[in-house]
Design a protein around this ligand. Structure first.
Ligand code: BT5
Length: 265
């Protein structure tokens, strides 16, 4: 099993080539999103990030657990303070992150897919997840925290009994050792900063659409505790919602929330 420790100095040096706010690094933390939310509420600068080698209380959506054992994955939370131009497009933020992670996998020669709304798959298995959380100022968005958990080494993959959906890592999919985690993080953040400049463009939606998992296939969408919506997955709406065709050929739009997609057996 490969265990490569992250070196704070070298991480910060690598990330200094990007135009970030400040960087906070922890060998171990509860959740990088919790730290970033508190920091954002105290006025952290745009593009400040929290990185940890290990999370003891990593969170998924609805407080599900996210597994980040030490030396094996990437746990990162990025704080965004949206500009007036970006504000109308905030519903695309999960796509911004998923696309950046997916494209950084493509650069390594892999064939990622984005399982709407927040999972990145390699060979049909989950290798990364995104958790977007908001700091409010009254009714306005003060800032957003983009939490990204990426499985790099095999040791980051949780035991099967903890999973509802199969999981994998970059190491599982590459035929060689993955690049250093700080290099992967650099690539993800660089792409994310570039895509953010094009947040409102069709190009972002088109690139996200092209990488969508299950396009043209029959899926079941589980929304909250309701019985599943069945239909053919057509693609994205311009706000990043998902469009299906139900059995009668009627369009069904699924909005963000606690949605889980599955291929229909
Ligand atoms: C997610 O939630 O996929 C969002 C994960 C976000 C994690 C990052 S890490 C940095 C930041 N700090 C945090 O505390 N969180 C963010 P969701 O779609 O709800 O999926 C959660 C489910 O994924 C769990 O219930 C498990 O079944 C599964 N899971 C947990 N750890 C996993 C892992 N390392 N790899 C693959 N699947 C995992």
């Amino acid at each position: 099993m490969v265990l490569i420790y992250m070196n704070e100095q070298s991480l910060k040096k690598t990330l200094s080539k990007l135009n970030l706010g400040s960087v906070r690094y922890f060998d171990s933390i509860g959740s990088t999103n919790d730290e970033a939310l508190a920091w954002a509420a105290r006025g952290a600068r745009d593009l400040s990030i929290v990185v940890a080698d290990e999370q003891t209380h990593g969170r998924g959506r609805l407080d599900r657990k996210w597994f980040t054992p030490k030396g094996s994955g990437l746990a990162v939370s990025l704080i965004l303070r949206p500009s007036a131009e970006q504000r109308p497009h905030l519903s695309r933020t999960v796509g911004l992150a998923a696309l950046s992670i997916a494209e950084s996998c493509s650069k390594l020669g892999l064939a990622p897919r984005i399982k709407w709304p927040n999972d990145i798959l390699l060979n049909g298995k989950k290798t990364a997840g995104v958790l977007i959380e908001t700091v409010w100022s009254g009714e306005d968005v003060d800032s957003l925290v983009i939490g990204m958990g990426i499985n790099i080494y095999k040791a980051s993959v949780p035991p099967v009994e903890l999973l509802q959906f199969p999981a994998t890592s970059l190491e599982d999919s590459l035929e060689k050792d993955p690049p250093a985690r700080e290099e992967i993080l650099f690539n993800v953040l660089k792409l994310l900063i570039q895509w953010r400049e094009r947040m409102g463009t069709n190009e972002l939606i088109n690139s996200w659409n092209e990488l969508l998992a299950f396009r043209g296939e029959q899926v079941q969408a589980y929304v909250g505790g309701e019985s599943p919506i069945n239909g053919e997955l057509l693609g994205l709406e311009s706000d990043g919602s998902l469009r299906l065709h139900d059995a009668q050929g009627k369009p069904v739009i699924i909005h963000f929330g606690d949605v889980s997609l599955r291929l229909r057996a």
